[in-house]
Design a protein around this ligand. Sequence first.
Ligand SMILES: Cc1cc2nc3c(=O)[nH]c(=O)nc-3n(C[C@H](O)[C@H](O)[C@H](O)COP(=O)(O)O)c2cc1C
Length: 178
Amino acid sequence: MKNIVLYKSRYGNTKQYATWMAEALQWELRDFSDFRKSEIGDYEGIIFATGVYMGKMNALAKALQWFENKPIVIVACGGNNNDPDEIEVIRKRNFTESQLAFHRFFYVPGGVDFSKVKGPFRLMLGVFRKVMERKNNRTADEDAILEGFTNPTNFVDRKYIEPILEAVRNASSGEGKV
Ligand SMILES: Cc1cc2nc3c(=O)[nH]c(=O)nc-3n(C[C@H](O)[C@H](O)[C@H](O)COP(=O)(O)O)c2cc1C
């Protein structure tokens, strides 16, 4: 049986993590867009990694439907630097409790560079920026977001895949489900 790391990545951070995981585990690596539902039966281990935009994990609805009978490892790559409260928001917003009990969920910190944003997101961010700049009593979070327009952040680090690799290796040595 084969194993695969699938990813969806707009700005490259999720793809970087997916590449590191595939290299470390010696698993196949593929963009989720090039994967077919009919192939699921060919694979034993599956990791699905995807970016978080406006609170939602990209293509997660499709992945949860495709893998409803097959437990997989699901990795979210977001803009926060491993903040437990923010990670909890992502979990709650994207999964039911039973989905979280069935699959394994991990978070890895990406980064934000608004200058790379194109299309409808760019328009939305432009409006958001104007509103924020005019706002009088901005919160610390809002200030941090505004900061992102001029100072891009990048928290991507290979060390964040270690807990994922450990879980996958323990599962394949029979110590638990992936
Ligand atoms: C338009 C936009 C919206 C975003 N919304 C969120 C969000 O709601 N929560 C979060 O944690 N990160 C958010 N981010 C940060 C992305 O998750 C981060 O850039 C991540 O690295 C994206 O993965 P990618 O590089 O593979 O596309 C957002 C980024 C952009 C550009």
